[in-house]
Design a protein around this ligand. Structure first.
Ligand code: AMP
Length: 385
């Protein structure tokens, strides 16, 4: 591929915090940035040269984005297929539309991963109550019913532990277009994710696995490097590499895995930069965001080496429904060595909304984790001062 050199323009479908953090290295490298987002106050818009305010199913707006860009990418995976097609007919769209379609459907995603000989959580597609009953009988309890399409941050998921929760989940089955996946619950020791970059020339650079702790289905804490069996961690990296190659990835993607002993099972794929990779901004020689820009522009990939003995990231989530909130406590949090605070420019707080994150570096993971958690505890959203 002929490189798309600085001075060219990147088109971005989606204007959230991932788009904002992608726009920063894009601009540093000298690229123009055009963002298509439905919200007038989307976090990435302030960093874009041009914003197109439109919904993601507005195909004409997507064509306009393509016309203004030399290469187009996206920051979330629920871009409608028709929109992706309209862009891809005009400009390179990375990661490719086929990979995007696979990751939009949990059942297709699991079929794809298992087709590569890689284990996933045991599960079955469910479209009818009869299929639900058969899946429960085959997989046993506890289990999770997950909407096949559109789920994000634990949304569209129901945990089934007994007859009552099974009946409640069963009642939801007919209501959803696109169907469900019923999964047996995996007993894991830890969750890890591998963010892997691949360029059009086939160069593959994975970051060492991140270790993730979720709360209510949302990422709470990431530490790096992950602990656990070296065999399993090496296997997770190998899995990410083979998925990137099989999917003809160009850009960055994230492979989330469950680890138990030496065993690794893939939970989920995200064909984009990922929350668990935010600590690469401070923690790695090249950030996941810059790596993505390099990959989609056909530039050489950067080093994924850590810059410290340990790094940790804690998400700052909204608690209440409030407008015009301000972050309090940054003066105290930033007094902790190795701590940095990132805010996404959202002045409207909502419960569970990702408002920002804290990263800390340390001599080892324990020190980084302690610093990041201590900083996050000092930070809260409140009234404007
Ligand atoms: P997901 O949206 O599928 O990534 O699920 C969110 C979180 O729920 C995961 O990160 C796990 O902590 C948990 N989870 C999801 N599926 C399973 C499963 N099959 N077994 C055990 N835990 C799960």
């Amino acid at each position: 591929m002929t490189p798309i050199l600085p001075g060219a323009t990147l088109g971005l479908l989606g204007g959230g915090q991932l788009g904002r953090m992608l726009a920063i290295p894009a601009r540093e490298l000298g690229y123009g940035v055009v963002v298509l987002a439905p919200e007038g106050d989307a976090p990435a818009l302030g960093l874009a040269d041009h914003g197109i305010r439109a919904s993601f199913d507005d195909v004409d707006a997507a064509r306009q984005l393509a016309a203004m860009s030399d290469v187009v990418t996206y920051e979330f995976e629920n871009v409608p297929a028709a929109t992706a097609r309209a862009v891809a007919e005009r400009r390179p769209l990375h990661p490719n539309a086929a990979l995007l379609a696979i990751t939009q459907d949990r059942n297709a995603e699991h079929r794809f991963v298992e087709g590569l000989g890689i284990a996933t959580a045991p599960g079955r597609p469910v479209h009818t109550v009869e299929e639900f009953d058969a899946a429960i009988a085959a997989l046993g309890l506890p289990a999770r019913l997950k909407s096949a399409r559109g789920g994000y941050d634990g949304g569209g998921q129901f945990r089934i532990t007994d007859a009552a929760s099974a009946a409640a989940a069963r009642a939801r089955v007919p209501a959803v277009e696109g169907g469900w996946r019923l999964e047996g619950e995996v007993r894991f020791e830890r969750e890890v994710s591998v963010v892997v970059a691949r360029s059009a020339s086939g160069e593959v650079v994975p970051y060492a696995p991140f270790e993730n702790v979720h709360r209510e289905g949302i990422l709470h804490l990431t530490t790096w490097p992950a602990a656990g069996s070296p065999v399993a961690l090496a296997r997770a990296v190998e899995i990410a590499r083979s998925i990137a190659e099989a999917a003809d990835l160009v850009g960055v993607m994230c492979v989330e895995c469950f680890v138990a002993g030496d065993e690794v099972r893939v939970n989920e794929l995200a064909p984009r930069v990922h929350n668990s990779g935010h600590l690469t901004i401070e923690g790695a020689a090249t950030t996941q965001f810059e790596q993505h820009v390099r990959a989609i522009c056909g530039l050489p990939l950067g080093s994924a080496a850590p810059r410290s003995g340990g790094a940790a990231m804690v998400n700052l989530l909204g608690l209440a429904e409030r407008r015009k909130v301000r972050l309090h406590g940054a003066d105290r949090a930033l007094a902790i060595p190795g701590v940095r605070v990132h805010l996404y420019g959202k002045d409207r707080e909502r419960p569970r909304r990702k408002m920002g994150h804290v990263t800390a570096l340390g001599g080892d993971v324990a020190e980084a984790r302690e610093r990041a958690l201590r900083a996050a505890n000092l930070l809260q959203f409140g009234e404007p001062v």
